[in-house]
Design a protein around this ligand. Structure first.
Ligand code: FAD
Length: 399
């Protein structure tokens, strides 16, 4: 066991950092102030920031960095997963996380389980940042228990006809296609009757309605499918195998952690504490503040260990299934913990939002405080991650 990066990895990190400093506006990291791990602060309402970000993603795609660990024939650079992790860590530190549903979930799942036709149809558009997908998993009566989905996709000649409703569909209104699970055999076994589809948002019968989240942002939607006709070639892999593909797709989703964001916010907060006085004494002398910050520092290191470990496992050809759940659990709970601690240390002014001249720490903490709860729910709740660890990791009976 060697706790250090190779020379090549260090060189790559510097290359990525230099690229980000060159390509992003100098005030970018502070412009898009979001709390790591949260969903609600996704920068979707500022059109100028969106434009800058899209251009940046296109440049990454041109360099092959949007999909750096993918095979060369599919738009990738065949870098190691460790280098992919370094890339993700640095970009999230600079608040420029480039990996999303298309490149982080759909692409890798198609590469692993898709037919050659699937790869030809979808991989180039994903690798070139030309198409965005949203996740069509949850339904009003199926969240943690996705095998309960009721949306159906029934064969009709050369098409499938989709009927049903999805909910909590993050950024569906900003995306081009749904990455959707639907039941293709309503009488079949609940795990062996589900298939995975890509569905064009513009198909007649698709209706997307906004849901406003806890921080007042339109990030969620509910999406209705009313006799939506989808060509047979849009099914991913084999019919009725979707639930098995989904298990891997969920592991990929749990690996998409903006780990560097934690370090950056924490560094900024420690700096704030160093420069602030309370009741005539430096805040950093307060014992409670010191204890709380030290505890968070340790938790961030633990989260990093899980992060690098999953990359190392992927490089060795292992599937980090329990580890991806542990990583998701540790980081999202850390997100809440960090926000709780920041709110406690900031005191009564902590409720002032960005824009108020009296808001301490630029008003980041209250938004993070509200938003970070969502991180412990999306991509499988903390309870579900603990269940996975108990079952797959500890060998306890499945429930
Ligand atoms: C910010 C955010 C973004 C999201 N984005 C998307 C998206 O883009 N696409 C999408 O499809 N979905 C999305 N979701 C939905 C998310 O996947 C579900 O909310 C989540 O899986 C929980 O499902 P549920 O809301 O139906 O709650 P339920 O499954 O009804 O759970 C309710 C409570 O019961 C607990 N519980 C359930 N089962 C068990 C069990 N077996 N053991 C112990 N406790 C249990 C849960 O932990 C939870 O506390 C998003 C959610 C959030 C918060």
């Amino acid at each position: 066991m060697e706790f250090k990066f190779s020379k090549q990895e260090e060189k790559f990190r510097t290359e990525v950092e230099n690229f980000l400093k060159e390509e992003l506006p100098t005030d970018w990291p502070d412009k898009s102030m979001h709390w790591p791990g949260g969903y609600g602060s996704i920068e979707i309402e500022n059109k100028e920031n969106q434009r800058i970000f899209l251009e940046y993603r296109k440049k990454l795609a041109k360099k092959g960095w949007l999909t750096i660990s993918w095979p060369k024939g599919y738009g990738g650079e065949e870098h190691s997963y460790m280098e992919q992790a370094i890339f993700d860590e640095v970009t999230s530190y600079y608040r420029a996380t480039a990996s999303g549903i298309s490149t982080g979930i759909a692409g890798p799942t198609i590469l692993r389980f898709g037919t050659e036709e699937n790869k030809k149809d979808w991989i180039p558009g994903i690798a070139n940042a030309e198409i965005d997908l949203w996740l069509g998993y949850s339904e009003p009566n199926a969240g943690s228990d996705l095998a309960s989905i009721q949306t159906t996709a029934l064969k009709d000649g050369d098409d499938y006809i989709i009927n049903g409703q999805k909910i909590w569909s993050t950024l569906a209104h900003e995306s081009d296609y749904a990455w959707l699970i639907a039941r293709t055999d309503p009488d079949g076994h609940r795990h062996k009757s589900v298939s995975l589809f890509i569905v064009d948002n513009n198909t007649p019968g698709v209706t997307i309605r906004p849901l406003i989240n806890i921080v007042g942002v339109h990030s969620f939607n509910e999406v209705f499918f009313d006799n939506v006709r989808v060509p047979k070639k849009n099914i991913i892999g084999q019919e009725n195998m979707g639930f098995y593909y989904l298990m891997t797709a969920l592991d990929f989703e749990r690996l998409m952690v903006g780990i560097g964001g934690f370090r950056r916010v924490f560094e900024q907060f420690v700096e704030y504490v160093k420069q602030t006085e309370k009741d005539g004494a430096p805040l950093g002398e307060n014992n409670n503040v010191r204890q709380k910050l030290s505890e968070i520092a340790v938790k961030i290191e633990i989260a990093y260990m899980f992060f690098w470990r999953t990359a190392e496992m992927l490089d060795k050809g292992n599937v980090p299934s329990v580890e991806s759940s542990a990583l998701k659990l540790v980081t999202t709970e850390l997100s809440r913990n960090l926000a709780d601690v920041a709110m406690e240390i900031l005191g009564p002014y902590n409720q002032l939002m960005p824009g108020s001249e009296w808001a301490p720490f630029s008003g980041m903490a209250p938004r993070g405080y509200l938003d970070s709860i969502s991180a412990t729910i999306g991509a499988g709740t903390s309870e579900i991650q603990r269940n996975i660890i108990a079952t797959r990791g500890l060998g306890l009976p499945a429930r």
